[in-house]
Design a binder for this molecule. Structure first.
Ligand code: NAD
Length: 372
């Protein structure tokens, strides 16, 4: 088993004619983790060994189709720790100056960018130039223009660009999407998204406009933006927004503390959302249709995700989000599989266009038409 796995890891990503176990229907999903898997494995290097990078690395230990094989970091001591913890060879370790040379490393297929938001754009352009697939954390970039450049660079280099939208693989979320597609909620009329937490340390990069690109909207509000789209099942055509600030010292110019925003969808559904860095207990989605409703609370935390519909409790079992995400992404990259809700760069550019519009409307007021 191991030698076969090692052998397969040495194959290029075009080695897709090998047997795959089905991974998509939710019952198969859980069987998948009970079975032996000896198909191709996506070999991933993580860039940015901070708190979320650490979470992803730990979750990847139980992945079947993806494996952590490399790191990119500016801190030699962290590289050393990760090398011993995850058995990473020296030749797969890079810093921010020399990682372009990953292009000559045949043992790394993809690089997962988990650095502060402002660094995603340049990193993905360099990864594409090195001919490696890119997985990038949310928000994918600081604005839609940067996002589109990332999509174009990856298309040009013929590599995939995926975004860490872990909720797109979450079983209870997918159950609501399945029910909606089957008409269980009838005509969708309304979505409410509440995304927020009380942020601590005033000196962290999330409160630095240069590194974060904004404030709560970039970091946590994006869950309500993206969630509105996958819960309603349409892309919005207009947005309105209002910003409030209670602490202008902690939340400086360009760093939003709280934004309320509303969106309208082509079939007439409307959404009302809250993004904030100054309130806890806000992680809730509610979807209303003319035949029923769905609610998730918590809706986007690390889980278990809980919720109910007018038909009763949602009961899909919890799987560590990042484990599932990386296994699914391996299927997308290695075998051309499709996610139920897309996780590619094009999907992220839509969210970035909405973010751009919300920030603009907060400044100038009014209603902004969207063309996603
Ligand atoms: P973090 O501060 O814990 O880690 C960031 C890492 O980037 C650190 O290791 C830091 O050393 C490194 N880094 C490299 N260059 C840096 C620079 N110039 N300034 C500061 N740090 C630098 O942050 P995090 O919570 O791990 O967030 C990283 C990214 O992951 C963000 O884009 C965030 O939005 C995203 N994230 C996603 C989820 C999710 O559930 N999908 C959860 C948390 C964070």
């Amino acid at each position: 088993m191991n030698s076969r796995r090692d052998f397969l890891q040495k194959l290029t990503t075009s080695a897709v004619a090998l047997p795959f176990l089905p991974l998509y229907a939710s019952s198969e999903q859980f069987n998948f983790y009970d079975q032996l898997y000896d198909g191709p494995v996506l070999r991933v290097a993580i860039m940015g060994l901070g708190s979320y990078g650490t979470r992803v690395a730990e979750a990847m230990q139980t992945c079947k189709r993806a494996k952590l094989v490399g790191v990119i970091s500016g801190t030699p001591a962290k590289i050393k720790d990760w090398q011993s913890k995850y058995d990473i060879p020296k030749k797969n370790c890079y810093n921010y100056e020399n990682y372009d040379s990953v292009k000559d490393n045949a043992d790394i297929d993809a690089i997962y960018v988990i650095t502060p938001n402002a660094l995603h754009h340049q990193a993905v352009l360099r990864i594409a130039a090195a001919g490696k697939h890119a997985i990038c954390e949310k928000p994918m970039a600081l604005n839609a223009q940067q996002g589109q450049e990332m999509v174009d660079a990856c298309n040009k280099a013929n590599v995939k660009l995926l975004v860490g939208y872990r909720m797109h693989f979450e079983p209870n979320t997918l159950e609501i999407i399945r029910m909606r597609n089957e008409g269980d909620f009838g005509k969708i009329l309304f979505f409410e998204g509440l995304s927020g937490f009380k942020i601590g340390d005033p000196n962290q990069w999330r409160l630095n406009k240069e590194l974060a690109g904004g404030g709560s909207l970039m970091d946590i509000g994006v869950y309500s933006i993206n969630g509105a789209r996958y819960m309603v099942g349409e892309d919005p055509i207009w947005v309105t927004a209002q910003e409030t600030k209670t602490d202008p010292i902690k939340f400086k110019e360009g760093v939003d503390e709280t934004i309320l925003f509303q969106m309208g969808f082509p079939t007439g559904a409307v959404a009302s959302c809250l993004s904030t860095y100054s309130m806890n207990h806000l992680d809730r989605f509610f979807l209303n249709g003319d035949k029923g409703f769905a609610e998730l609370q918590p809706s986007t935390g690390y889980g278990p995700i809980k919720g109910r519909t007018h038909k009763g409790e949602l009961t899909k079992p919890h799987v560590t989000h990042q484990t599932l995400q990386m296994d699914k992404m391996a299927g997308i990259i290695l075998a051309g599989e499709q996610a139920v809700v897309p996780v590619d760069g094009v999907e992220a550019v839509k969210d970035l266009k909405i973010i751009d519009a919300i920030y603009e409307v907060c400044k100038v007021g009014g209603k902004k038409e969207l063309d996603l």
